[in-house]
Design a protein. Structure first.
Length: 142
């Protein structure tokens, strides 16, 4: 019995020394995710009907964990007259880098809300995407 008790501390230390590296190997390393966003007008909007019509773009990037808890990482609002937005070839571009994303426990969601305003009448449209992989691209056509 005394021989067994003499080996017990050595076994505990050996078990702990083996457990910690295995645990660290199983822990996912946080990664950096990249999101590219392009905003452009999908039509010419040259008619006089659109002369005083504006479009507001509200873009939200959220980190969502497995429990459904959301954290806003990036949020921006831009409003211009329709004719001021560039065409697809000269799109407004934004590149967002989000560090420390645990791919096993979190994912990124990008949501955008377009609000058109024409002489006091408003129309809202919403869309979005989930970023899978290390990068994602979102094109917003106004």
């Amino acid at each position: 019995m005394n021989k067994f008790l003499a080996w017990l501390p050595a076994l505990v230390i050996l078990g702990a020394a083996t457990y910690l590296p295995v645990k660290q190997m199983n822990e996912p390393k946080p990664v950096e995710k990249n999101i590219s966003i392009e905003v452009y007008k999908g039509s010419q909007y040259a008619s006089d009907i659109y002369a005083n019509t504006s479009a507001q773009v509200h873009i939200i990037v959220e980190k969502v964990n497995n429990k459904g808890e959301r954290t806003v990482i990036w949020d921006t609002i831009s409003a211009k007259l329709l004719k001021q937005y560039p065409s697809e070839g000269q799109a407004l571009q934004q590149h967002i880098v989000i560090p420390n994303v645990n791919e096993r426990k979190e994912h990124l969601e990008v949501t955008y809300i377009l609000t058109y305003n024409s002489k006091g009448s408003e129309l809202q449209m919403q869309d979005g995407m989930v970023v899978s992989g290390k990068s994602g691209k979102l094109d917003i056509s106004i």
